[in-house]
Design a binder for this molecule. Structure first.
Ligand SMILES: [Zn+2]
Ligand SMILES: [Zn+2]
Length: 258
């Protein structure tokens, strides 16, 4: 049986968790069918590391941005550096950015300002935006609507809302990305969301090293485990994994112009 054609649209491969065995991680990813990986920066150092990693590894691309947890450091100099990095070869998106009112590691005003400025930056650099949203759907979707990202598009990463929120994301021009939680015994509204989102607007991700799918919970997540999440989504939709995987990879390639 040949492996499905998978695209991990949200990984943090340049994080220290992978420093010791990256080659083996990439080998297992390839064996599982994960041919393309987007590695995502969360602050200035990790955005630099993501861009550098993408420039030397085939099949890996990068996104640069400042995570809501780090929003307090998103001053003029930091945003100028993100904009400079956005011009590097193989940097194909801005993010992750967004709002996290669950952990509130940065003040809400800083988060909103950093998000607004990165939405504007995505527009200016003509790159799609990768949105992180936790317990802040109304505010996040409001700011995306104001910025109007329909021209460049983007992804609502690790989608955690319900069908109504998914509908609003689609209306705003975003793709919906499902991660490990869709495989959990208590997946909330995610199975319904997996069935609701049209096939040409859906992608999957690991968010590794975080959020492993059910069989690997408690362990470090890695791109190879995307196959488990994709298989669950295909099962929920009643589609063949190979067909759905190819379609989702095509969605990601179109968004990132690969
Ligand atoms: Zn995130
Ligand atoms: Zn992430």
């Amino acid at each position: 049986m040949t492996a499905p054609d998978l695209f991990d649209t949200h990984a943090h491969l340049h994080f220290p968790e992978f420093a010791g065995d990256l080659d083996a991680v990439l080998e297992r990813a390839r064996a599982a069918g994960v041919r393309r990986i987007l590695t995502i920066g969360t602050d200035i150092p990790t955005s630099r590391a993501a861009a550098a990693m993408a420039s030397r590894l085939p099949g890996v691309w990068a996104a640069v941005g400042i995570h809501p947890h780090e929003a307090a450091e998103a001053d003029d100099a930091a945003l100028a550096e993100i904009e400079r990095l956005a011009g590097s070869p193989r940097v194909v998106a801005i993010g992750e950015t967004g709002l996290d009112f669950f952990r509130n590691l940065a003040p809400r005003e800083s988060q909103e300002q950093a998000f607004r400025r990165q939405l504007a930056l995505a527009r200016r650099t003509r790159k799609p935006v990768l949105v992180h949203c936790r317990d802040a759907h109304a505010e996040t979707l409001g700011l995306i609507g104001e910025a109007d990202v329909r021209e460049t598009g983007g992804i609502m990463h690790c989608f955690s809302g319900d069908v109504e929120i998914a509908r609003r994301c689609l209306d705003l021009g975003l793709l919906v990305s499902l991660a490990g939680p869709v495989t959990y015994p208590k997946p909330g509204a995610l199975p319904e969301v997996a069935r609701f989102v049209p096939g040409d607007r859906l992608v999957v991700e690991t968010d590794c090293p975080f959020l492993p799918p059910q069989p690997y919970r408690g362990k470090r997540n890695e791109p190879a485990y995307l196959a488990v999440t994709a298989a669950r989504v295909a099962e929920l939709r009643g589609e063949a994994l190979a067909d759905l995987a190819a379609r989702m990879s095509e969605n990601a390639r179109a968004l990132f112009s690969l």
